[in-house]
Design a protein around this ligand. Sequence first.
Ligand SMILES: [Fe+2]
Length: 224
Amino acid sequence: MKLLIFIIIYALVFETASTGLGQSVDEAESRPREPIVGLPCEGCVAVFEGLPDTLSPNARIAPEDEPGEPMRIEGTVYDQEGNPAPVVIVYAYHTDAIGIYPRDPAMRGTAAYRHGKLRAWVKTNEQGHYRFNTIRPSSYPNSTMAAHVHMHIIEVGRCTYYIDSIHFKDDPYLSKKEKKELLEGRGGSGLVIPEKDENGIWQVNRDIHLGENVPGYPGNQDEG
Ligand SMILES: [Fe+2]
């Protein structure tokens, strides 16, 4: 009998704890997400999947032991008045050195699964600056599509959207037409000029202009 009472009490306590935990998960799930603008936007939901609670202005995309040529991506994010924009989240993901988005089994069934493991977020500092350390991606296998780094913006509490991917000016697969289009892309130019620093690390600069050429962006009166 004592055992039965113990089981009942234990079950009640456990149930209460589970409910509490369930509520907190629900609360986390129901946190308001920044609305997606600039539709259609494939992969815009994925930017929230695995999003860490705390972010810094610097992050690694590829781990240090990832095969490939090391690369640093950095830049400044500017608001529509041309001022540096702090507290803006920049999300980036790209292929590995053989052009594959290496899948993370833990992400199976999520929208982010297709983005692969080489993904990360940063949050701009007071000067609007951000930096990713990673490797230089390759074109898709058996493809003539230029290598690229996908990028998305989350303006905290405001909106989220993709911007033009980083493309490399020295990429033989990049056409003149594509280069021209990239210069006037979403979020400013996605065309970068890669240069190796004294340590042999590729260095690219991708400044970002919030909302530029993004249809439906709050404040873009004449678009979308
Ligand atoms: Fe891609």
